[in-house]
Each structure stands twice: as structure tokens, then as C-alpha cells.
Design a binder for this molecule. Structure first.
Ligand code: GUN
Ligand code: ZN
Length: 430
């Protein structure tokens, strides 16, 4: 069944931070959805047809669904935990909470709650860290499959420096990841992400096993953390004294390349920056988390200038919001503190096509091009009285986007479409 969705349509074909011809905006636009895919995009007047079902979202904006390339599914009840920086935060709050995911019933309930939060926030794809328990990944993949969501996820591999309840072994981490890849990778819209948590919680043997998995499954993304916090870096250097730097720990086991997404990358050495650019390894900027845990200010322009492909992500529950709008607002502020500017067009490109590029999925998501998956979001820049008041003075699309970025949150998400289906429970206002 074909369905026409009408609204003010915005789609990016290049990065506004790099290219002048970067987007198409259609004031009275439409998308035609068929079989979960986008069949057409254009002017409403050109696409309308007698008998074609229509949903009219005017005056709201229609953009590709947001993509969150770094988020922790077992931290839905860790978000907003007080008073610590990274290593204490992990030990005090995070590991005990993740231990609860050994219970399949708990994992199943949290998986539904997690995906509800993504939909509410307008996020249609995420790359999620699960807990160490294979069952937590099973729960998330099953819940995502039921909603037909393109979720990328992996069980964390961690075999030291944490409580026994959240540890596997090098062999178990390999075997369970391998079995999950066989079962889930490429099933429906699911993707498996090889997920060694970070250098501190993996022995050299386990990181080697992660490298072996990556070599055996070049189709899989890989995610881990790097250079988020000074104490984390110092401990990593102690644990891996033979490595040239933090990145080298991952380089020596063969993890570098365009499939690797490195969360945080705040305190980088010049060699690390050059090597990430050379290998195409991705940096993932997590602004609400970096401010909340007190980790530091990511150098977005420095990374770009060096040629590093970067994503921007929530990192819930170190991050403090599921909203990519809020994440872009905090990203703007972090860049301000570094004397850098994030233009609203570049910001919305980043959360859509930019993150799709970081995840190697730009041919399917992060875009409204015909033939791609019909994951998109409907944005209301007048969602709150404060926003409506400010909108009275907005005259350009860029201003409207910036109001959404700085003042918007899940209330500004009028609807979230996944594979052509409206997923937000509340009725959509006009
Ligand atoms: N480094 C290792 N694990 C984590 C985590 O769960 N959150 C954050 N922010 N950093 C990490
Ligand atoms: Zn993280």
C-alpha cells in the first residue's frame, strides 16, 4: 500500500560544514512510502494522486530519523547518577546495574522501555552496547525486530576489572559474540556490533579475540571507548605498557578501520589523530555525557580538519538525554567553549546523514532518497509555549532548526516513522 506523507521536507545530500550545495528543502513537500521504503520525494503538487492515502503534517518539518551511534541499553536506570567521574561512576552505579541484566525478564522489560525512549526522542537507529550477558542482546534484538527497527547492538566483552557478575572470559566473549552474529547479523534490519567495552575491562587475550572476530566478520561494526578521561588513560597505559598510546592497544589487535566507532576521543595524542584519519576509524562525540561525567571538551573542528569521520551520540546513561536535539544543543555549547561554531544545518546533517556515514549505513538510512528505508521524523518547532514565542521572531529555516536544536526535546517530536509506520503513541497534531 502506498501512502503519501505531506509536510515541510528537509533532506541532506552533503555536509553543510564542507559543501555549499548540501540540502533540499521543499516547503510544501511530500514523501511517498511503499513497503517500508521511500518510493518518492518531491513537491506535494507533483506527488499527489486521486485515491492515494495522505497524512498531512504541515506546518511541521519532515527529516530523516535521528541516528544515535553510541548508547548503552542497560543504563536506562543509571542515567542521572550523582557525583562521580568515569571509573568511580562505572564501579559505583553502572556495573551493579548492568549485573541485573542476567535476568531475561528484566532485560526484556528494559528493552521495550529503551526502544520506547528512542521512538519518543525521534531516534530510529542506534548502535547500542548491551550488558555482558548474551541474553541482554537477545532481548534487545527481539524487541527491535518486533518493531522493525534498524538497531545495531552487541553484548559487551569484559573479562577483568569489574565485579564477577558482569564478567565473561576471553573465550566466552568470543563464543557468545560469534553465536549472536550467526543468529542476528543481517536478520531483518538487525546488525551485530562487536563490542569490547574498553581496554581496562578486557585482558590482552580478550582484545585479541575481539580482533579475531573482526577479521572473521568484516561485515560487522565494532564499538569501544577511548580517551574519555585522564585516569582511564593512565590506567590503560599501565595495563598495556607495550602500547605506543591508547589507540595502539586497539591497533595491535587489528580493530582499526572504517568499521570501528571509538566513543569519546577527547584527550588524543597527535599520532592517534593521524592514525584514526589514515585508517578511517570513527570518533563518536558524546556531549551530554562528557559534560555530565566531567570528562572534557571534544575537539570537533580539530578532528574534522585532521580528516576524521565523526558521529555525535547520546551515550545514555553517562549521557543525560535520549534526545538528539538536546545532544546537539550540548554539542553546540561544547564547541562554543572551544571557540568553534556548530551551524544548525550542520547539526541536523550530523544527527542524520552524518551519523549514517559514521555507521556505514548512508545508503539505507539518514536520508529521504527514494529506495532507502522509510525512517523519518516529524519536528514541531512550536512544541512548547517558550518555543512558540521564540518562533514568532524566526524568519529562516536555519533559525527554526536552531530553535529546535537549543529548545527542543521529545516534545518537539510530533511523530516518528519506522519503516513507514508511525510509532509514537500520542496522536499527531495537525
Ligand atoms: N567507558 C567504559 N564503559 C563506559 C560506559 O558505560 N560509559 C561511558 N561513558 N564510558 C565508558
Ligand atoms: Zn559509552
Amino acid at each position: 500500500m502506498k501512502h503519501l506523507i505531506r509536510g515541510r521536507v528537509l533532506n541532506f545530500h552533503a555536509d553543510p560544514a564542507e559543501t555549499e550545495d548540501n540540502h533540499r528543502f521543499i516547503e510544501d513537500g511530500a514523501i511517498i512510502v511503499e513497503g517500508g521504503k521511500i518510493a518518492a520525494i518531491g513537491d506535494y503538487a507533483d506527488l499527489r494522486a486521486d485515491g492515494l492515502a495522505e497524512t498531512d503534517h504541515r506546518p511541521h518539518l519532515i527529516l530523516p530519523g535521528f541516528i544515535d551511534p553510541h548508547i548503552h541499553f542497560p543504563q536506562v536506570q543509571v542515567i542521572a547518577s550523582w557525583g562521580t567521574q568515569l571509573l568511580d561512576w562505572l564501579n559505583t552505579y553502572t556495573f551493579p546495574e548492568e549485573a541485573r541484566f542476567s535476568d531475561p525478564a528484566h532485560a526484556a522489560r528494559m528493552a521495550e522501555a529503551f526502544l520506547d525512549r528512542l521512538i519518543e526522542a525521534g531516534t530510529t537507529t542506534a548502535s547500542a552496547y548491551c550488558s555482558v550477558h548474551a541474553g541482554s542482546a537477545e532481548a534487545l534484538f527481539a524487541a527491535a525486530e518486533a518493531r522493525n527497527m534498524a538497531i545495531a547492538a552487541g553484548k559487551v566483552m569484559m573479562d577483568r576489572n569489574a565485579p564477577a557478575a558482569v564478567l565473561d572470559t576471553a573465550q566466552q566473549g568470543y563464543d557468545e559474540s560469534k553465536a549472536l552474529i550467526a543468529k542476528w547479523h543481517g536478520r531483518g534490519r538487525a546488525q551485530y556490533v562487536i563490542t569490547p567495552r574498553f581496554a581496562i575491562t578486557s585482558t590482552p587475550a580478550q582484545l585479541a579475540a575481539a580482533g579475531q572476530l573482526a577479521a572473521e566478520h568484516p561485515e560487522c561494526l565494532i564499538q569501544t571507548h577511548m580517551s574519555e578521561n585522564r585516569d582511564e588513560i593512565a590506567l590503560t597505559r599501565e595495563l598495556y605498557p607495550q602500547a605506543r598510546d591508547y589507540l595502539d592497544v586497539y591497533e595491535q589487535v587489528g580493530l582499526l578501520g572504517p568499521k570501528l566507532m571509538l566513543g569519546h576521543c577527547i584527550h588524543l595524542e597527535p599520532r592517534e589523530i593521524a592514525r584514526m584519519a589514515e585508517t578511517g576509524s570513527r570518533a563518536i562525540f558524546c556531549p551530554t555525557s562528557n559534560l555530565f561525567i566531567g570528562s572534557g571538551l571534544y575537539d570537533a573542528e580539530g578532528a574534522r580538519a585532521a580528516g576524521i569521520v565523526a558521529g555525535v551520540a547520546t551515550d545514555v546513561g553517562g549521557g543525560t538525554s535520549y534526545s538528539m536535539l538536546t545532544t546537539l544543543a550540548e554539542g553546540y555549547k561544547v564547541m562554543q567553549l572551544r571557540g568553534q561554531n556548530l551551524h544548525p544545518l550542520a547539526a541536523f546533517h550530523w544527527a542524520t546523514r552524518g551519523n549514517a556515514l559514521a555507521m556505514g549505513m548512508a545508503d539505507r538510512i539518514g536520508t529521504l532518497e527514494p529506495g532507502t528505508d522509510a525512517d523519518f521524523v516529524v519536528l514541531n518547532a512550536n512544541a512548547t509555549p517558550a518555543m512558540a514565542l521564540r518562533m514568532e521572531r524566526a524568519t529562516t529555516l536555519a533559525e527554526e532548526l536552531f530553535i529546535l536544536q537549543i529548545m527542543g526535546d521529545d516534545r518537539a517530536i510530533a511523530q516518528t516513522y519506522v519503516a513507514g509506520q508511525p510509532m509514537k503513541h500520542a496522536a499527531t497534531p495537525g
